[in-house]
Design a protein around this ligand. Structure first.
Ligand SMILES: Nc1nc2c(c(=O)[nH]1)N[C@H]1C(S)=C(S)[C@@H](COP(=O)(O)OP(=O)(O)OC[C@H]3O[C@@H](n4cnc5c(=O)[nH]c(N)nc54)[C@H](O)[C@@H]3O)O[C@H]1N2
Ligand SMILES: Nc1nc2c(c(=O)[nH]1)N[C@H]1C(S)=C(S)[C@@H](COP(=O)(O)OP(=O)(O)OC[C@H]3O[C@@H](n4cnc5c(=O)[nH]c(N)nc54)[C@H](O)[C@@H]3O)O[C@H]1N2
Ligand SMILES: [Mo]
Length: 786
């Protein structure tokens, strides 16, 4: 097919859909070159300061202003950082700000605005050619908009007309199950509660959420093993642990405030273990992030005492190997196990012990990609540590065997009673700042009966009992035409989901798509026949309602709930808060509703009063939320109370994964974040700690795999993925980059590579897309046309 550059559809180039052409990626349009260097500096520190400076400059914000805001935030109990879910320092000793937190806040505070004039001037087909960075860089959405097919533009609509359109369309559906209601994990607890109440009163449990792509496996594993779907440790435990394992988490970029605690643990001589196919920055040296506020105290701390380079998807075999070595040691010295704990508090130990004994070492070595001697070394470290915390993130969950792997973590912890005592326990590192609170407050496509009973009783509604659809099922149902209306409270569904092409077809097949958002993104351009953009306040902005100024609560990774007050004036006078928008939508959908929607929107204390009656652990919510450090939701497993059917912690005896070998010269590809992005929000094309500048369309590969394919650094490659259903997908014009990663493994960035994730490639255990486990072929790029 003949072509010339200017004829290429920029959107196609962004996706890497044009053979023979370098893919563009979704960051800022490249004006310079790209480069690679070893990153020798500590994680965070001066590089961080410079990078923040650049982001601030682009957002037109003076750095001092933002820094002052953060300081003020800490002193006055202001807003919760909309970045990651890592908890605030409970001792209040650290000024807990980090480079990436400053970036997220600044991105929300930007002065640039996308109003009616902007949308009138730029039809959707034109915006579709813009990079995702450039879309968000337009600034904050300033007024409600409706898609006008005649002009292919978004046009202003009044809030009332928008609510009426949604209400009328929903009521006209033959069944409430023909609508789906997505949540991204930034939504406050109060808005979450109203959202789930609206959709359940309307009549559906179709509540897909970002958790379905994130930590779903964690929730299911911990619920099965411990009776509650959350971790059991808090930051005081981090201060008391003798060993901290960090599995499948790029902490330096994605939970930078964790570095403070890793550095502290290192100073007191705790063992730090990083388990990751990639050698990540947090396993080297760091300057702890709060010190970034005061660069005068530039000092680095060694973090990372042991790095275990497991192969992609090899974690379960590794953990089982450690368990095997522990159980072997117990044969000679029974005191190695915490027998009293095992006998009193657990169930299934004998079966597990037999299974582990029957698993030969070569299987564990093969499955993990780690030598037996190294597994034994790790086991020694485990045995010599009295108090062990195992933390994990997406490297473990986004796999077919995510649930089994998280349960294997629990197995290992149970052997030595490393749960429900000081300094020990499982510690999932959550993603979005309130993703955990979303679940706690009722967003769940598989709600339990007890919760629905309470909701029915307190709120006087009749919630549907059948389970609803999760994220991938929702995409499939939209594609089939079974779901006609799609509502999203935040997020960027069109780009965060797997199989971008298929997901786009699914969204375009809807009668109506509604996006409640702060910034312009791909999901506004990939829309249904009718489409609305409803702009809302961000967490940093002051929220004034009929009864006065309002605060909202969020729950962090360690189950602490606290109230957050915005401090900035809203970006536009037309913005509404999420609770107010939800109340408006609910009233328009349910004209005969007895729920006091207007009162809820007028005074969030009223929402919290109702939540206190529906949700376990939220008693006296209004008072306790205002306590200076908030309150901790009771986690029974922390006190060795296990709400499982046997009332004991459950060992799991699952089979080892059989999918660690992609076969036939193929590679396993994991999709990860760069340092300069927050999910689908791309700040720049750099990935500082991995030493890469100016390029996102890369495949990180082992040197041997590159040589085998005749590839040099930055050579153009094509990547083909092989889905379970036999289908193939490809990206063209990526560049190979040499990296310290095991042979047979490769990595590249989400969301670009979501093109390669087949819709059928979903974990049967968790429903999560297996975005850390794609089977691919990497070949030198074919010349144009193929
Ligand atoms: N700055 C910033 N902060 C964020 C986000 C962001 O995009 N930017 N996103 C937020 C969200 S929603 C989430 S869920 C978290 C995500 O936080 P992370 O889980 O750190 O996110 P990823 O970049 O996907 O990185 C996964 C890590 O797992 C490793 N990994 C990949 N495959 C495997 C495997 O098979 N086994 C093991 N052991 N490791 C593996 C990768 O090398 C990488 O270090 O961060 C949150 N915080
Ligand atoms: N291949 C691959 N795919 C993945 C992943 C992966 O590791 N690999 N990770 C998955 C994970 S862990 C997650 S969590 C999802 C993320 O999926 P999402 O949560 O859907 O995506 P985000 O990029 O976080 O959403 C960004 C948008 O949220 C909106 N927004 C920001 N703040 C607010 C607010 O306060 N209110 C409202 N209403 N809107 C706001 C803005 O418009 C912004 O454009 O992606 C998943 N997709
Ligand atoms: Mo996430």
């Amino acid at each position: 097919m003949p072509h010339s550059d200017e004829n290429h559809d920029a959107e196609q180039l962004m996706m890497g859909a044009v053979p023979g052409e370098p893919a563009l990626g979704r960051g800022p349009v490249r004006n310079g070159g790209y480069s690679r260097h070893e990153y020798h500096h500590p994680a965070a520190g001066w590089g961080a300061a410079r990078s923040v400076g650049e982001v601030l400059e682009r957002a037109g914000e003076p750095p001092e202003g933002v820094r002052a805001l953060f300081v003020m935030n800490q002193e006055d109990g202001g807003f919760d950082c909309p970045g990651c879910a890592w908890p605030d320092d409970p001792n209040g000793l650290h000024l807990d700000i980090c480079e990436n937190g400053v970036k997220h806040v600044t991105w929300e505070l930007t002065r640039a605005k996308a109003g009616a004039a902007f949308f009138a001037a730029h039809p959707v087909r034109e915006l579709a050619q813009w990079s995702d960075h450039d879309l968000e860089a337009v600034g904050r959405l300033a007024e409600p908009l409706q898609y006008d097919p005649a002009s292919d533009t978004y046009q202003p609509i009044t809030w009332n007309d928008a609510f009426t359109l949604v209400g009328d369309t929903l009521r006209a559906l033959p069944s409430p199950d023909q609508a789906a209601f997505y949540t991204s994990g930034r939504l406050s607890n109060e808005a979450t509660f109203l959202y789930q109440l609206w959709t359940r009163e309307f009549g559906t449990n179709n509540q897909p959420d970002c958790s379905n792509m994130c930590h779903e496996a964690t929730g299911r594993a911990l619920t099965a093993a411990l009776g509650t779907g959350k971790g059991t440790v808090d930051l005081h435990d981090w201060e008391a642990a003798d060993a901290i394992w960090v599995m499948g988490d790029n902490a330096a970029s994605n939970a930078p405030r964790m570095l403070t605690w890793l550095a502290e643990a290192d100073r007191r001589g705790a063992q730090l273990v990083h388990i990751n196919p990639l050698r990540e920055a947090a396993s080297r040296r760091t300057i702890v992030p709060h010190e970034f506020a005061d660069m005068a105290t530039f000092r680095t701390t060694r973090i990372g005492t042991m790095t275990v380079q497991v192969r992609i998807g090899g974690d379960m075999a590794l953990l089982r190997g450690v368990a095997k070595a522990v159980l072997e040691a117990a044969d000679g010295e029974p005191g190695v196990l915490d027998r009293e704990f095992i006998d009193r508090h657990t169930h299934g130990f004998d079966g597990y012990r037999e299974l582990v004994a029957a698993t030969p070492w070569p299987d564990l070595v093969q499955g993990s990609g780690v030598a037996e001697a190294d597994i034994r070394r790790l086991a020694d470290s485990y045995l010599h540590s009295e108090r062990v915390i195992i933390a994990w993130c997406l490297g473990l969950t986004q796999h077919e065997h995510g649930v089994d792997t998280v349960r294997e973590i629990v197995n290992l912890l149970l052997l030595r009673g490393n749960i429900g005592r000081e300094g020990a326990g499982p510690c999932p590192v959550r993603g979005h700042s309130n993703v955990q609170g979303n679940r706690t407050c009722g967003i769940n496509h598989r709600p339990d009966a007890q919760f629905l009973d309470r909701l029915a009783e307190v709120c006087g509604i009749r919630p549907p009992r059948e389970h609803g659809l999760g994220t991938v099922e929702t995409i499939q149902a939209m594609h089939r035409g079974d779901i006609r209306v799609f509502v999203a409270l935040g997020g960027n569904f069109a780009l965060a989901s797997p199989d971008l092409q298929y997901t786009a077809e699914a969204l375009r097949n809807c009668d109506l798509t509604v996006q409640v958002s702060t910034k312009l993104n791909r999901s506004h351009l990939v829309h249904g026949r009718r489409a609305l953009i409803l702009p809302c306040l961000g967490r940093t902005e002051r929220d004034i309602q009929a009864s006065g100024e309002q605060g909202v609560t969020v729950e962090d990774s360690m189950a602490m709930v606290h109230i957050s007050y915005g401090m900035k004036d809203p970006a536009s006078p037309h913005l509404r808060s999420e609770p107010a928008i939800l109340a408006g939508l609910a009233r328009a959908t349910l004209p005969d509703s007895a729920t006091p929607w207007q009162d809820y929107a007028a005074d969030y204390d009223r929402i919290r009063d109702t939540m206190a009656r529906v949700l376990d652990g939220f008693e006296d919510f209004n008072r306790r939320a205002r306590h200076p450090h908030g309150f901790r939701i009771v986690q029974p497993a922390r006190d060795r109370v296990f709400l499982t059917p046997t009332a004991r912690a459950e060992f799991s005896s699952a089979a080892l994964p059989d999918d660690t070998d992609p076969g036939d010269g193929r590679l396993l590809l994991t999709t990860i974040r760069s340092h300069d992005q927050f999910n689908t929000t791309i700040y720049s094309n750099d990935d500082r700690y991995r030493g890469l500048k100016g390029l996102r369309t890369v495949i990180f590969m082992n040197d041997a795999d590159m040589r085998e394919r005749g590839l040099d650094e930055f050579d153009l490659v094509d990547v083909t993925s092989f889905s379970r259903d036999g289908s193939r997908r490809a990206v063209h014009g990526y560049r190979a980059v040499r990296y310290d990663i095991p042979p047979g493994c490769a990595a590249g960035y989400m969301p670009e590579l979501n093109v390669l994730c087949g819709i059928a490639d979903v974990s049967t255990q968790s429903e999560q897309p297996v975005t850390k486990h794609l089977v691919v072929e990497v070949t030198p790029a074919a010349a144009d046309g193929g």
